[in-house]
Structures are given as C-alpha cells and as structure tokens.
Design a protein around this ligand. Structure first.
Ligand code: UD1
Length: 418
C-alpha cells in the first residue's frame, strides 16, 4: 500500500500542465467499441481508471496500446460483450460500455454497479432509456442483460440531466433506426466532446451542448482520432490550491469550463488572470468564506465540492457548501476535522466554520475527490499529514505528487506494508 506524506504550510509557486479529462476519455474509450478498426486518442491521462477501462476493453476482446498519453484501441476483434462485476464494481464508468455494445452487437451483459462511498447512484435512467429504444432488459445474477436486434429511435426524457445516462443513450442511439430525441440531456463539456467525437465518426447529432439532443441513426461509423479536453476538475483543484497557498499558473485549460469556480475564487479574495488557455491564480490578502451549491454544468461541479470545503476550512467566517447532485457525498468531512477543521454536516449541506490553521495528522481517503481535498488540506496544514488509501487519488489525478512538488510542495509517496 502507498501513502502520501505531506509537510504542509509551504508557499506554492509556478506552472502546472493540466492533463486530459478522465470523465471525457472514459466515454470516448467506450465509443471506440462501436466500430471495427483503430481509434486513436491523444492526451489520455495515465490514471488507474483509464488503465482499468483499457483492461475492461481488452476483456471484451479489444487490442490496446497505451504509452506517452496516447492510446490506440482496435475494437475489430471484440467478440465478448460481457462486462464482469469485478471491473464494473471497481469503476462505475464501466457501465458506459452498455450503450455501444448493444448498438454494435445487439446484446450486452454488464454487471449492475452497486452503491458507492456516497450513496446508491442508480442507473435506472440508462436502463429505461434503452428500453425506450426497444431493448429488452433483464437482471440475472447481478448482471444486466440487454438485447435488441436493432434499436429503434424514440423520445427519451430524463427526470434529471444525468451525465452517465446521456452518454450511454447517445452511444446506443447513433446507429439506431430513425430519430432519437433526448430531452433534459446533460450538457457537461465531457458530453459535448463525446457528441463531437461521435459526429467525427459519422454520427448525425443535433443540439450538442443543449438540453435537447437529437440523434439520427446512421448505418455506418468509422474509427477516428481525438484529443481529450483538459480536465476541468484537476484544473479546479489546482485553482483552489493557488487561492489557498500562493501563485499558480495552470497551462492548457479551457477557462470557459471553469467560469463558476473562477467567479467564486474571486469572491473568496483570490486574484485570477486568464491568458488564452492559461489561468493564473494568486492568493488574496484573506480568504473570505463563500457558500456554494453544486449544480449541473455550468454550475459548480459536485466533483469540486470536497476541495472547496478544504479551502473554506481556513476561510474567515462560516460558509455553507450544499451538494444537490449527491446528497451524501461528505465522507471527507470527518477526515478534514481530524486536521482541525470545524465542519458539521446537516442534510446535504456542510457547515464550515473557518479556523486559523489546520494541523497535520494521519487521514484516510475514501474516494477520488475526497482524497484531493485531503491533499489540499495537508498542504495547508502545519506539520506532517499522511494521506492513506491513495489508490483513490490515483484513479483520477495524474502524477499528483509530482505536479505539487514542482510547485514547491513538500510531498512524497511512500510504500507501507499492508
Ligand atoms: C456525476 C456528475 C459528474 C461527475 C460524476 C462523478 C453531474 C450532473 N454529474 O456524474 O459531473 O463527474 O458524478 O463524480 O454533476 N441518477 C439517477 N438515475 C440514473 C442516473 C443518475 O437517479 O440512472 C441521478 C444520480 O443519482 C444523481 C444525478 O442523477 O443524483 C446525476 O447523475 P449522473 O450525472 O448520471 O451522475 P454521474 O454520471 O455519476
């Protein structure tokens, strides 16, 4: 097992290059299943999750090459549309293979993901959507078995603009017969990129980036090449670090994907300068306590909620951080309190009373973004913080300790006996 050792309270200064987005590359990798031939993906972050997903595609029969952030996926030899529990359980995004598999093979067996650290996380919209397209869905031994000779376009309305369900239905509908209309669709940048990638493969999609997406099924798709958009969550994490600890320039971002975070950081008192694709953030004289409520894009991302709480824990005054996407996503709170933060949870809100300083301690990360918040808090805290169970952070952050070390942080990874 590995842990991160952080000696906190050091000024951060310098530049950091933002990696490709985990939440964009995973559905793109799934979309490679739609075609025979070689899909080439550039700027693939080298993460546990991208490797797990590659592993899943190999189990399905695909051939993968991955080096220097470039991935080649040849799905010509995919012959086993079965995604087993041990992989789906490790990473819920595995469920993305359901849509493309049924679209290409007329059958898919994908294990039903269980709950996760922050609640039930259902997949009913994905399944109801596929049923609307004519798929027959059964649950057997914990597996979803989906079958359809050919999917037939239909109107699907989600009760909530789910990112995962929008992605899955998009991939299922690209070669369905006729028109599929998704109402109340997600319009996150990662969904926009998936749509654009599918269009480059030959799909017919209108309304990209809006809440109403119309897909006209085509008979043929061809493999394509794509470069993954920058990770707005990694970028947001470094922006928050800069606002707390010094002056950081983020290279290779898309600032429009971060407008709400930037707005909030300015309210906090940080200085933010945007220069094309670079963003520089500098800590202000003080850190004001600012409330946030998570929302769908372009609102404040649920994936930055934990990191925001870390920043607010040293703010002047109290703030309320509410998560409307996942009501129970606060497993980082007791760990932050071990570092001396003063946070209580009421319903789907965290009440954060700013303290003068955090003090290093041993903490345990519970999911990807919770770990990021603990790293941020460790960097802010006096003394040494040990972050355990860091395989979570490796799922979603490429080289996190090196990136922070280059900015002047005293952070290193050590191996410990299990
Ligand atoms: C969500 C985030 C995404 C983030 C990811 C991982 C949003 C809108 N989505 O995506 O940005 O990267 O977590 O942290 O912020 N729901 C159902 N039934 C379904 C699917 C979803 O009830 O079949 C509900 C969920 O419980 C949740 C909401 O809809 O309350 C949003 O779900 P969705 O966007 O699909 O979640 P993820 O894809 O996990």
């Amino acid at each position: 097992m590995e842990k991160l050792l952080i000696e906190g309270n050091h000024h951060l200064k310098g530049e950091v290059r933002i990696s490709g987005a985990k939440n964009a590359v995973l559905p793109i990798m799934a979309a490679a299943l739609l075609v025979e031939g070689e899909t080439k993906i550039n700027r693939v972050p080298d993460l546990r999750d991208t490797r797990t997903f590659a592993n899943l595609l190999e189990i399905l029969g695909a051939k993968i090459q991955f080096s220097n952030n470039e991935m080649l996926i040849d799905a010509s030899s995919v012959d086993k549309p079965i995604a087993p529990y041990d992989l789906v359980n490790k990473m819920r995004a595995s469920f993305y293979v359901l849509g493309p598999l049924i679209a290409r093979f007329g059958k898919a067996v994908v294990s039903l993901p269980g709950g996760c650290a922050w609640g039930p996380r259902p997949v009913d919209y994905h399944l109801k959507g596929l049923e609307k397209l004519g798929a027959k869905i059964e649950l057997e031994g914990g597996d979803i078995i989906a079958k359809a000779k050919r999917l037939i376009g239909n109107k699907i309305r989600f009760d909530f603009p789910s990112v995962g369900a929008t992605g899955n239905i998009l991939m299922a509908a690209v070669n369905a017969l006729g028109e599929t209309k998704i109402e109340n669709a997600a319009k996150e940048p990662e969904i926009v990129q998936l749509c654009e990638f599918l269009v480059s493969m030959g799909a017919k999609i209108d309304g990209i980036g809006t809440t109403e997406i119309i897909i006209n099924g085509v008979d043929e798709l061809k493999p394509q090449q794509v470069s993954v958009i920058p990770d707005r969550i990694e970028a947001g994490t470094f922006l928050i670090a800069g606002a707390a600890l010094g002056k950081i320039t983020l290279k290779d971002t898309i600032p429009e994907h971060l407008s709400v975070v930037i707005e909030k950081l300015i309210e906090v008192g940080a200085e933010v300068v945007i220069d094309n694709n670079d963003i520089t953030v500098k800590r202000g004289k003080k850190i004001n306590a600012i409330d946030i409520t998570t929302a769908v894009f372009p609102g404040f991302a649920t994936d930055l909620q934990a990191q925001w709480i870390a920043l607010m824990s040293i703010a002047e005054g109290s703030s309320i951080v509410t998560d409307t996407i996942y009501n129970d996503r606060f497993s980082h709170v007791p760990e932050l309190n071990r570092l001396g933060a003063n946070i209580t949870v009421e319903g789907n809100s965290a009440i954060v009373r700013g303290v003068n300083e955090l003090i290093g301690a041993e903490v345990r990360s519970t999911d990807i973004r919770a770990s990021a918040s603990l790293v941020l808090a460790g960097l802010m805290a006096k003394g040494t913080t040990e972050v355990n169970h860091i395989y979570h952070i490796d799922r979603g952050y490429e080289n996190i300790e090196n990136k922070f070390a280059q900015l002047g942080a005293k952070i290193r990874r050590i191996s410990v006996d299990d």
